[in-house]
Design a protein around this ligand. Structure first.
Ligand SMILES: Nc1ncnc2c1ncn2[C@@H]1O[C@H](COP(=O)(O)OP(=O)(O)O)[C@@H](O)[C@H]1O
Ligand SMILES: [Mg+2]
Length: 176
């Protein structure tokens, strides 16, 4: 008896959406793992309609490109509006998200369900980061960097340079 034809054919494109403000080694590990699972990975910055962010979307994309330079099948992108619509435009059938132990499950589960409702043909795939990367977040890095702490090991050298550059004028300490 012959088996039914597989549901998918051709190369698989995955979109890894997020703020990436800026991209961290935690994000990068997820992108690296996704690049081994899928033919093409687009690390895509979602443009927030009201929040400007710390780095501009263009700069975040540039830093993503630099951080992904070693991955031949990964690239940066950006989008307005719904991630599922962006996936459709890019012909991506997979959304990749990172799932950290603390705090991520609830919002990720809700968003995954919403995206499935909006676009049943798109599958969300959650990748679990290495335990030692789990506490790393863009906001934590901005916080450490803003207070002059050692943040460099959590990001790539180009992101570290961009943060140093961005924070240059405000290095004065004001302890009471
Ligand atoms: N240290 C990390 N390890 C693994 N995944 C992470 C890490 N930091 C963030 N992520 C995941 O990367 C994705 C994008 O995160 P983020 O840039 O904060 O954008 P968003 O605003 O969508 O949360 C999310 O799925 C998030 O859970
Ligand atoms: Mg987040």
């Amino acid at each position: 008896m012959s088996k039914p034809a597989p549901a998918r054919s051709g190369p698989t494109t995955a979109v890894y959406p997020g703020s990436f403000d800026p991209i961290t080694r935690g994000h990068l590990e997820i992108a690296e793992r996704a690049s081994r699972l899928f033919d093409r990975v687009i690390v895509a910055v979602g443009r927030h309609p009201t929040k400007a962010g710390f780095f501009s979307v263009a700069q975040r994309c540039e830093l993503i490109e630099e951080s992904l330079a070693h991955l031949a099948n990964a690239e940066a992108g950006s989008f307005d509006g719904l991630v599922v619509e962006y996936c459709r435009r890019r012909n991506a059938k997979i959304i990749v998200r990172g799932l950290r132990a603390v705090g991520d499950f609830e919002p990720e589960f809700q968003m995954g369900l919403a995206n499935r409702d909006l676009a049943p043909e798109i599958e969300t795939v959650f990748l679990i980061p290495r335990p030692e990367q789990q506490f790393v977040s863009s906001s934590l890095i901005r916080e450490i960097a803003g207070h002059g702490g050692q943040f460099e090991r959590y990001v790539t050298p180009s992101v570290a340079d961009a943060l140093h550059e961005r924070l240059k004028p405000k290095t004065r300490q004001t302890d009471a």
